[in-house]
Design a protein around this ligand. Structure first.
Ligand code: AP5
Length: 210
């Protein structure tokens, strides 16, 4: 099964993709995680991406499309995958179609902008393994330390309040048109993001299986 998770920054795509990935035993492909790893490793692609990511802008389509194409050709994708954060623009969605990728469902997680600001302001991520926490809703067991690997849990640079405003603007301008794009193809299911992660997961799994 090939799934796309769509939604504003902080809508919970990463959190839900991880849960669904475990349930369906298919990989979660997060272009954000791939790009952050490239930045951390100082690769050429990472150097190109960093300035865009830091200011909350989208990385150019040709860079991200190349990354995605390589990733879905890997062996672990042969039974399907969950795209988390791709496509982000209509040209990216068209590129996916040109690659011959058949998408089974696109699940949009809908969360109001005000709730997003609270979520991202409180999000903390592990700088070693990338695990995501929230200081109020999902804190690590030991403050500042990752439950999974013991790494430092820090504020992501693009979660600064002024950058979140820019990321939301980019979402509404460049990514939200994908809602109509996939609606017109009969693929879209909208899930209203709940205040509890488990409640959203239940709705997500119903959407996947429905
Ligand atoms: P990316 O990493 O994809 O960031 P994003 O889409 O902005 O999404 P986030 O990771 O911020 O949020 P999420 O929806 O996954 O939420 P999460 O589950 O973490 O991209 C980063 C950057 O990379 C982009 O800005 C761009 O520059 C570049 N990029 C990536 N892909 C690209 C592409 N295709 N094209 C071009 N550029 C690209 O949850 C957020 C917080 O809320 C967490 O703290 C979590 O604990 C909490 N939370 C989650 N669910 C709930 C809930 N139900 N109730 C309460 N809190 C919750």
């Amino acid at each position: 099964m090939n799934l796309i998770l769509l939604g504003a920054p902080g809508a919970g795509k990463g959190t839900q993709a991880e849960i669904i990935s475990e349930k369906l035993n298919i990989p979660q492909i997060s272009t954000g995680n791939i790009l952050r790893a490239a930045v951390k490793n100082g690769t050429e692609c990472g150097l190109q991406a960093k300035s865009y990511m830091d200011k909350g802008a989208l990385v150019p389509d040709e860079v991200v499309i190349g990354i995605l194409k390589d990733r879905i050709a890997e062996e672990d994708c042969k039974n399907g995958y969950i795209l988390d954060g791709f496509p982000r623009t209509v040209p990216q969605a068209e590129a996916l179609e040109k690659m011959g990728v058949v998408i089974d469902k696109v699940i949009e997680i809908s969360v109001p902008d005000e709730a997003i600001k609270a979520r991202l302001g409180g999000r903390r991520v592990c700088e070693s393994c990338g695990a995501s926490y929230h200081i109020e809703f999902n804190p690590p067991k030991t403050e500042g330390k990752c439950d999974k690997c013991g790494g430092n849990v820090v504020l992501r640079k693009d979660d600064a309040p002024e950058t979140v405003i820019d990321r939301l603007k980019t979402y509404h301008e460049a990514t939200a048109p994908l809602i109509d794009f996939y609606k017109s193809r009969g693929k879209l299911v909208t899930v209203i993001g709940q205040s509890e992660v488990a409640d959203t997961s239940k709705l997500m799994l119903e959407a996947v299986n429905g």
